[in-house]
Design a protein around this ligand. Structure first.
Ligand SMILES: [Zn+2]
Length: 564
């Protein structure tokens, strides 16, 4: 006896046997019961979700000798004939192989004749979107005035390619991808009936690779059976025939990438590719793996797959930063797009893996933030340059080339004589007044409440004369060092008798404090700081600001509101 493929042997013959698609089945059964069957249906949805299977069940339901019935018998001559494809009144057209006008013209000519053995003539047109424009026109003529004894069932994976004139004449059903659990259940039934021995992990793998297509799942199961030489089919068998890359290989690859061992990573990649795996499939497998890593990092969700329970995986997923995962995903996604237009797919993937392994190519969020901060400083500095100087700078080639921001920053001629100096800060640190600092600290919430630009402000140091505050960016610090902000803030602290305030960006503040503390701890009671690169301009009185007010009202002046 010849072997019949599983997907044929286990093609559902009744509505009950169809995996998933419950709302569609319910609607079709009702239509049959209430004698409200439409003249044309469109079954749209991904491949292998049961569209043509459902069409044939529908044909049986309408024509069964005991029908029309929502539960065809599969015993009578007509039901059996439809299953075998020998009933002339149920006509299957595969538009993918017959995209000519002739086929449809023939259909149009024959449609008027009454069915020979059935109650209804059922035309099932599979992959209907493949019809040519001429064929669509011919079909439309028939759909416009369908004889009462004819029912059309059009099936397609790409409904958007079907002309609106056709769509508007069909009752449309959208088939959903079969859920993994439904699929596993069906696969288990099949394996039980066929007495196939297979591990749970292998079944799960078959289901997840088939992406909602039941036919694909059964075909993959079939291939795994043929391939396996063991008593029981396992994951390795499924992997071998599916062309997917094992998660263990991917984990090993990514661990080398993470360690910047590009040569070792390429070795693993080559082993994977030498097994004949398709490049785009390898890329999307790595992306799926990384997506699972992200899910694990966010929710600690672990997939039921065996690999995700192993220590090696869990420590990798915990260790790798989210930013790095995003970076890998971006590089892989670019690669996936690039290889569409080249024959050098392998080289592109290899380059991608090298890029992933290269730390210097990593643009993570942190370094991006640093660059933005640095750019902010640059802009702020430019604003504060006399106009003539700015013009000169524009004429210089500095901005005509794409230069990393950090470099631009370093190259800028900077007038440090106008800036807060390390020595200024040093004086305050060496004359710190703890009590006064505490008082200043207690006043900050009220200040921020009225002045949300200062959100996140910290007190760095306070002496009898001077308070130093920390803000996140150089830009905001420079804004605070100018009127009316500066005078308003100083007025706010008027009762404390402070003569000046400084604002220092967090990066500098952290570095300075660290410098100070390490010298202090080493026994120096009045440490002299190293020189720090503070690019915040000192206060210069620029306009008249009332010094008599207590500050808070002025905090709301129009200039400030504009700034925010
Ligand atoms: Zn029957």
């Amino acid at each position: 006896m010849s072997y019949m493929a599983l997907y044929r042997a286990y093609r559902p013959q009744t509505f009950k046997e169809v995996a998933g698609q419950k709302p569609i089945i319910q609607t079709l059964k009702n239509a049959i019961k209430l004698n409200k069957v439409a003249h044309a249906y469109l079954f749209a949805g991904p491949r292998g979700t049961g569209k043509t299977t459902m069409a044939k069940i529908m044909a049986k339901a309408l024509n069964c000798e005991h029908g029309p019935t929502d539960d065809p018998c599969n015993e009578c001559e007509i039901c059996k004939g439809i299953t075998k494809g020998t009933i002339p009144d149920v006509i299957e057209i595969d538009a993918a192989s017959n995209n000519g006008v002739d086929e449809i013209r023939e259909l149009r000519d024959n449609v008027k004749y009454l069915p020979s053995v059935c109650k209804y003539k059922v035309y099932i047109i599979d992959e209907v979107h493949m019809l040519s424009q001429g064929a669509f026109n011919a079909l439309l003529k028939t759909l416009e005035e369908p004889p009462a004894h004819v029912i059309f069932i059009l099936a397609t994976t790409e409904p958007h390619k079907i002309p609106a004139t056709i769509l508007s004449r069909c009752q449309r059903f959208d088939f959903q991808a079969v859920r993994e659990n439904d699929m596993i259940e069906r696969l288990n039934t099949v394996c039980k009936e066929e007495k196939i021995k297979i591990t749970d992990e292998a079944i799960q793998l078959v289901a997840s690779f088939s992406e909602g297509g039941m036919r694909d799942a059964l075909s993959l199961l079939d291939e795994s059976i043929s391939y396996s030489t063991k008593d029981i089919i396992d994951e390795a068998d499924v992997l071998a025939v599916s062309g997917n890359v094992s998660d263990l290989n991917i984990l090993n690859l990514l661990r080398e990438v993470e360690n910047n061992e590009s040569a070792k990573a390429l070795d693993i990649l080559n082993k994977i590719l030498d097994e004949g795996k398709e490049i785009s499939k390898v890329i999307s497998d790595i992306m799926t793996f990384l997506r699972n890593v992200l899910l694990f990092k966010i929710n600690k969700i672990t997939s039921t797959k065996e690999i995700y329970k192993q220590d090696e995986y869990i420590s990798f997923a915990n260790r790798i930063s989210t930013n790095l995962v995003y970076k890998y995903l971006n590089l892989l996604n670019d690669c996936l797009n690039d290889i569409k237009y080249t024959n050098q797919k392998r080289a592109f993937l290899e380059i991608c893996i090298i890029k992933m392994s290269d730390k210097s190519a990593v643009v993570d969020i942190d370094s991006l933030m640093r660059r933005i901060d640095s750019l902010e400083r640059t802009i702020e500095n430019l604003k504060n340059q006399p106009i003539t100087q700015q013009t000169n700078m524009i004429n210089e080639p500095m901005f005509s080339n794409i230069t990393p921001f950090d470099e631009i920053d370093r190259n800028i001629e900077f007038d440090y004589s106008k800036c807060i100096s390390t020595a200024d800060v040093n004086v305050v640190l060496n004359n710190g007044d703890k009590e006064l600092k505490l008082t200043v600290n207690n006043m900050l919430p009220k200040l921020v409440e009225n002045y949300n630009l200062l959100e996140g402000i910290k007190t760095m140091a306070v002496s009898k004369k001077t308070a130093i505050f920390t803000l996140s960016t150089v830009g905001t610090c420079n804004r605070m060092m100018k009127d009316p902000n500066y005078t308003n803030i100083l007025n706010f602290f008027k009762e404390l008798g402070l003569k000046e305030v400084f604002f220092i960006d967090k990066k500098n503040s952290d570095e300075i404090l660290q410098d100070f503390l390490s010298k202090f701890k080493a026994g120096d009671k009045s440490p002299i700081l190293d020189n720090h690169d503070i690019r915040i301009l000192k206060y210069v009185k620029t306009k008249e600001v009332s010094e008599s007010s207590d500050g808070l009202d002025d905090l709301f002046d129009s200039d400030l509101i504009e700034e925010e």
